[in-house]
Design a protein around this ligand. Structure first.
Ligand SMILES: [Zn+2]
Length: 85
């Protein structure tokens, strides 16, 4: 199994997704964060799980800034191969 072990800024760069301070930045689900004090908090524990197919279709367009060249490689799962570091 391939895995990209990267911190949040590198994840955003590699996958062309919103920054780690964005409301829709969770790699694993489609929850919307809420601004609390100085952080974006994720309090919805029932949000739908993000999938490779949904990622590639950009089902949640707010999560994406563009299209990553890694999506040209079908053997990469754009969700499962990016675990949290
Ligand atoms: Zn999540």
């Amino acid at each position: 199994m391939t895995a990209f072990i990267v911190d949040s800024p590198a994840y955003s760069y590699l996958t062309d997704t919103v920054s780690h301070t964005g409301y829709y930045n969770c790699r694993k689900c489609v929850t919307r964060g809420e601004y609390e004090d100085t952080n974006v908090a994720f309090n919805d524990f029932d949000a739908a799980i993000r999938t490779d197919e949904g990622f590639r279709r950009q089902d949640q367009e707010e999560h994406h800034r563009g299209r990553s060249p890694l999506e040209d490689l079908p053997e990469i799962d754009m969700v499962k191969n990016f675990p949290y570091d």
